[in-house]
Design a protein around this ligand. Structure first.
Ligand code: ATP
Ligand code: ZN
Length: 720
């Protein structure tokens, strides 16, 4: 009998394809093959061997087997198959997401040999201004056997620095060794008694699978706990995965891990090129005992010896993929730990309500740390009602006075604004006209630096005008606050103090957030103005005051997750205050100082806020008490979008399932596409899954209106 194998393709098809296998070939699931597909030869991944094909079809043979080993080892394959069912995304595309781009394209799985470098001298002869070269030499001197180029780059150095040192003969090529040698010179800080207590509550890997929520307030030293945990529990041959949000994967973080684990530290993030991706992927696949620090997609890598997973800032919305295969890396990390029979630690100062609920239910264990590390104390949070106060560029007098005081004391201030640009809208005070995006149902943000009006939802951009485009009045003015405007106001109010703006625009211009933050790192008095980017992960010892320009954005949003996200952001940004020896204060400007959520915010106890929000979620029969999925449709008319969703409404009827919609999305038109959604809310995850699978199958088989598209989002993060 000829053997038949089942193959997944990197295509948006909810089906697999059978091929025959020559008698001389043998295969196992997860292997890469080349197969004929239509008139092409393409790369496929084996999902099953020895299958019985449907009767009466003539099968083509597998053309070649690309490696003798499965590109996707057993656990990775199981993880992805599970994810394909759970997120209702075609298996082929899920599996291919776990391959580096080179392997998706059918390139060979070969590793480039990488150059290694060793220091030859301490560089005493280098000129004093050659800071980075000196730093690189000092870094290299820690490794007597030398270091791989990739390790040097991920520690924040660059190739031209290497080249210069090589030309000056201060470094030399070294023989590669297996990257496991940690440094000897580093004395790790001892954990405080509170940290030690908390660390003792973390799961022991010898006990197999366990999920633990590590709730530790901002600045409590969670990272230090992770480091100690890995040091204590990770065997010499074990692999570990540390997931971090993209923005937290800074050279400082990497360097902090490298100090403990030397070159076992390997990174994975969006800025790696295809060669680096392939190289790292192969290291992981071949079981090198690395500790991988990576962003979202790192959870899909083909680990073979994974013994510990850590998800830092587990509440962060960047863990959810926003298009295509819409997985949650946090949730996949938990499932992966389950498959690998090992622990997973979810850490945050502001855990997601899902995880908080799981901890309450006893599905996760809970380890808490409610003390800050070192001499630092938690910041004091105060509400500043601005209803009847005159504002100067969004800032009230008491806030400006507080800023002045702090600067006079030689300390630093952080001002949080939730919008980049100068002002969220331009408005005519004669005719009331507000400038809207011609392609979206949104208003254009005014960017004064570029004298442009931009849509933050599509690429539209127009030159700014000084007159109302409708009635030509000169009373055409920016309304509301953006980071640029706050920067201007603060520069005028404090002319002798540097004002540093951090948002997507300024970081794009400067290349990186690190370059911008140099001023702040000196510790000299300065004012930081910025968006969410400033809220996460930064450790500025001399910031003692945080001012939140306006806290009210998320309080009354239609998106049920908005209050949770608002509180998380406010607490995270507050957590930047008072991380050093001096105490920190947070001033939150609001028009709703009697709002119960903001009142609880002032206590600083996230646990109380989470409980309060969970009561609301339970009352509203919302996640995490229910399982939710959204079908979205978009087309060149709203009619078509609604029509697609209307056809599936009857199919989604099942006991225990509630259907909301179809309705136009909150921003109904975006880049000239009309968007609608249908929400399904279920009391039973299994039934939801089954129903979704049926609906997806139906939608696939149906011819959809021209120019339309539909997608499914399970456990959506955004429900507007
Ligand atoms: N045991 C310790 N001894 C001395 N310093 C410590 C200790 N633990 C942590 N620190 C210091 O305290 C600061 C905060 O620690 P860390 O960055 O680990 O906190 P975190 O909880 O991860 O913070 P956040 O969640 O707010 O980003 C860091 O500067 C860190 O070096
Ligand atoms: Zn637009």
């Amino acid at each position: 009998m000829t053997k038949v194998v089942r193959i997944a393709m990197n295509r948006p098809l909810r089906r697999l394809f059978d091929y025959t296998l020559g008698a001389d070939l043998s295969l196992q699931p997860g292997q890469r093959v080349q197969v004929p597909f239509g008139r092409q030869q393409i790369t496929g991944l084996v999902t099953a061997v020895g299958v019985t094909p449907p009767p009466g079809v003539s099968l083509k043979p597998v053309r070649s087997v690309m490696e003798s080993w499965p590109a996707l080892p057993k656990e990775t394959l199981r993880l992805l198959s599970w994810a394909s069912d759970y997120y209702q995304h075609p298996l082929g595309e899920c599996l291919f997401t776990a391959l580096p781009p080179a392997l998706r394209r059918g390139r060979p799985a070969l590793r480039k040999t990488e150059a290694w470098w060793r220091a030859r001298s301490s560089g005493a002869q280098l000129p004093p201004q050659a800071h980075r070269q000196k730093a690189l030499l000092a870094w290299l001197l820690q490794y007597s056997q030398g270091a791989a180029t990739s390790a040097i780059l991920s520690a924040g150095f660059n190739r031209s620095q290497l080249k210069t040192l090589e030309q000056k003969q201060l470094i030399e090529a070294a023989e590669p060794v297996l990257a496991t040698t940690p440094t000897e010179s580093f004395a790790a800080p001892t954990l405080s008694p509170a940290q030690t207590d908390t660390a003792a509550q973390l799961p022991d890997p010898a006990q197999g699978f366990s999920a633990c929520l590590l709730y530790g307030i901002t600045g409590s030293g969670k990272t230090e706990i992770y480091l100690h945990y890995l040091k204590q529990h990770l065997g010499e041959q074990d692999q570990a995965l540390v997931l971090v949000p993209e923005i937290n994967l800074t050279p400082q973080t990497v360097a902090r891990f490298q100090r403990y684990f030397g070159q076992r530290i390997v990174v994975w993030h969006s800025a790696l090129n295809d060669g680096q991706r392939l190289d790292t992927w192969l290291k992981i696949r071949h079981g090198e005992p690395v500790i991988l620090i990576g962003t979202r997609s790192a959870v899909l890598l083909p680990f073979t010896g994974l013994r510990t997973l850590i998800v830092d800032e587990e509440h962060d919305s960047s863990y959810k993929q926003g298009d295509g295969f819409r997985y949650s890396a946090r949730d996949l990390a938990v499932y992966r730990a389950h498959l690998n029979k090992c622990p997973v630690i979810l850490g945050s100062a502001t855990p997601s309500l899902e995880s908080w609920h799981n901890a309450q239910q006893g599905k996760y264990t809970l380890a808490t740390l409610e003390e800050r590390a070192g001499n630092a104390r938690p910041p004091q949070i105060k509400l500043l009602d601005i209803r009847s106060r005159p504002l100067e560029g969004g800032l009230s007098r008491p806030a400006l006075n507080a800023i002045k005081q702090v600067l006079d004391n030689g300390e630093q201030v952080l001002v949080y604004v939730n919008r980049r640009g100068f002002a969220p809208v331009m408005m005519c005070f004669d005719c009331g006209h507000m400038v809207e995006c011609p392609r979206c149902d949104t208003r254009l943000t005014y960017h004064r630096r570029d004298n442009a009006m931009r849509c933050h939802h599509c690429d539209f951009q127009a030159a700014a005008t000084s007159q109302c485009p409708k009635c030509q009045s000169d009373a055409f003015k920016p309304v509301g606050q953006g980071t640029e405007r706050s920067e201007d106001i603060l520069t005028t109010a404090f002319p002798d103090t540097p004002v540093v703006r951090v948002d997507r625009d300024s970081t794009q211009r400067k290349g990186s957030i690190q370059a911008i933050l140099q001023t702040v790192n000196t510790g000299e008095p300065c004012i930081l103005v910025g968006t969410q980017m400033l809220a996460k992960g930064h450790d500025f010892a001399n910031v003692t005051l945080v001012v939140v320009i306006n806290a009210d954005g998320g309080l009354f949003s239609v998106d049920f997750r908005a209050p949770e996200q608002l509180l998380q952001t406010l607490l995270q940004v507050s957590g930047r205050a008072g991380r050093g020896d001096k105490p920190g204060t947070v001033l939150v400007q609001t028009c709703h100082s009697d709002h119960p959520l903001l009142r609880t915010l002032c206590t600083g106890h996230y646990g109380d806020m989470a409980e309060q929000l969970l009561v609301e979620r339970e009352g509203g029969q919302l996640p995490p008490y229910r399982a939710m999925a959204i079908f979205r449709a978009e087309a060149d008319t709203m009619e078509k979008s609604l029509q697609i969703l209307d056809t599936i409404k009857p199919l989604a009827q099942a006991p225990g399932l509630e259907i909301w919609g179809p309705l136009p999305a909150l921003i109904a038109r975006r880049a000239d596409r009309y968007r609608a959604q249908l929400v399904i809310n279920a009391d039973n995850r299994k039934r939801l899954s089954k129903t979704l699978a049926n609906v997806c199958l139906h939608l696939d088989q149906q011819k959809q209106p021209s120019g339309s598209r539909w997608m499914i989002d399970v456990d959506p993060q955004e429900t507007g």
